[in-house]
Write a protein that binds this ligand. Structure first.
Ligand code: DQA
Length: 148
């Protein structure tokens, strides 16, 4: 069983990027924590971060060929702009959970709309980096029901 975690633009700066909004945990630490948990459940976890929309689209398309069964995605700023990434997820038909570290609904109005939420199995926002962990737990329950 295989799962993909996708991180959008600027998330490579986690740890130093506006820590009062996004926290002090680095992307590497998040991916590491998720990998440990997935391994424990016997699931292979792939991770990918890009600052480029097309690379994220390509990664989603590749996921279908790699038999990825579930995606956890923080599209970051592309949440609010990317029809292309939305279409990629719809195109491959892989179920996904949308994650945001910050509570986007408590922030600027332009962050209130997401091109992903109506297609997502669920959305987690405002719970910091642990939101990824909660999303992973949901994915694991889907993939390996006895792992919960
Ligand atoms: C974000 C929220 C987005 O509005 C923002 O552009 C990000 C990160 C979050 O995780 O809170 O880059 O997705």
């Amino acid at each position: 069983k295989r799962l993909l975690v996708l991180h959008g633009p600027n998330l490579n700066l986690l740890g130093t990027r506006e820590p009062e909004v996004y926290g002090r945990v680095t992307l590497e630490q998040i991916d590491q924590a998720l990998s440990v948990r997935a391994k424990e459940a016997g699931v292979e976890l792939l991770t990918f971060q890009s600052n480029h929309e097309g690379q994220l689209v390509d990664r989603v398309q590749a996921a279908a060929r790699e038999a990825v069964e579930f995606i956890v995605i923080n599209p970051a700023a592309y949440t609010h702009t990317s029809v292309a990434l939305r279409d990629a997820l719809a195109g491959v038909g892989i179920p996904f959970v949308e994650v945001h570290l910050s509570n986007v609904h408590r922030r600027e109005p332009f962050r209130h709309h997401s091109y992903f939420s109506d297609q997502a199995e669920g959305v987690i926002c405002g719970l910091g980096w642990k939101g990824y962990v909660y999303a992973l737990e949901f994915a694991l329950e889907r993939l390996v029901p006895q792992s919960a």
